[in-house]
Design a protein around this ligand. Structure first.
Ligand code: COA
Length: 166
C-alpha cells in the first residue's frame, strides 16, 4: 500500500553558533529586509561589545537568522529574533528561540521577557506556542509609519526548562 506523502517539511540542517563582528554586515542586510525600523549596525556591534548572547543561524554555509538576548539578575530579555524571508515557517525561529531559552535557563534566569508589536501575528503565535504570556503593554514603545505603536510585553517562566546551550 502506498504511504501518504509527508506534508510536514523537516527542520533544515541548521547550525546555531556565536555571532562575531564579521557577521554584522550580513545580519544587517537581513535586519533591513525584515523590519520597517531596523536596528543599526552600531546596535549589533554594541550588543557584541557588552557581551550579550548573540547567535547566528547558518544553513548551507549562509547566515539565515540571528538572535540577541541579555541575561542577568535572574532575568533574560530576548531583544531580537529574526529569520530571513524565504527561510521562514520551517521551524527555524522556534529552534533558535528554544536555544536562547535553554541558554537563559543555564545562566540562572528564572524568567524570560520580550516585547512584540501587536501587529506581528507570526511572532506572537510563535511566542505563545512556547508558553509566553502577555503581562502588560508599553504605550507608544515602537516607531511606526505615521506615529507610534504599542509593545505587548510577554513573559515566560523558565523553571523546569532544560538548561543547556553554549
Ligand atoms: C517571527 C519569526 C522569527 C518566526 O520565524 P519562523 O522561522 O518563520 O518561525 P517557525 O517556522 O519556527 O514557526 C514557529 C511557529 O510560529 C508561528 N508562526 C510562524 N510564522 C507564522 C505565520 N506567518 N503566521 C502565523 N503563525 C506563524 C506558528 O505557530 C509556528 O508554529 P507551527 O509551524 O507549528 O504552526 C519570523 O517570522 C521573522 O523573522 N519575522 C521578522 C522579524 C520579526 O518580526 N521578529 C520578531 C520580533 S518581536
Amino acid at each position: 500500500m502506498a504511504t501518504a506523502p509527508d506534508l510536514i517539511a523537516p527542520l533544515p540542517q541548521i547550525e546555531i553558533r556565536p555571532m562575531t563582528d564579521g557577521d554584522v554586515r550580513a545580519v544587517i542586510a537581513i535586519e533591513r529586509a525584515s523590519y520597517p525600523f531596523p536596528w543599526s549596525e552600531g546596535i549589533f556591534r554594541d550588543c557584541l561589545r557588552v557581551g550579550y548572547y548573540c547567535r547566528i543561524v547558518m544553513l548551507e554555509g549562509a547566515i539565515i537568522g540571528y538572535g540577541v538576548m541579555s541575561a542577568g539578575a535572574g532575568e533574560a530579555h530576548i531583544l531580537n529574533v529574526c529569520v530571513r524571508e524565504g527561510c521562514r515557517s520551517r521551524g527555524i525561529g522556534r529552534a533558535l528561540l528554544e536555544q536562547l531559552l535553554a541558554r537563559a535557563a543555564a545562566s540562572g534566569a528564572s524568567e524570560a521577557y520580550l516585547e512584540v508589536r501587536p501587529s506581528n501575528a507570526a511572532a506572537i503565535r510563535l511566542y505563545q506556542t512556547l508558553g509566553f504570556e502577555p503581562i502588560g503593554v508599553r504605550r507608544g514603545y515602537y516607531q511606526a509609519v505615521g506615529g507610534r505603536e504599542d509593545a505587548v510585553v510577554l513573559k515566560l517562566p523558565l523553571r523546569g526548562r532544560r538548561a543547556h546551550g553554549r
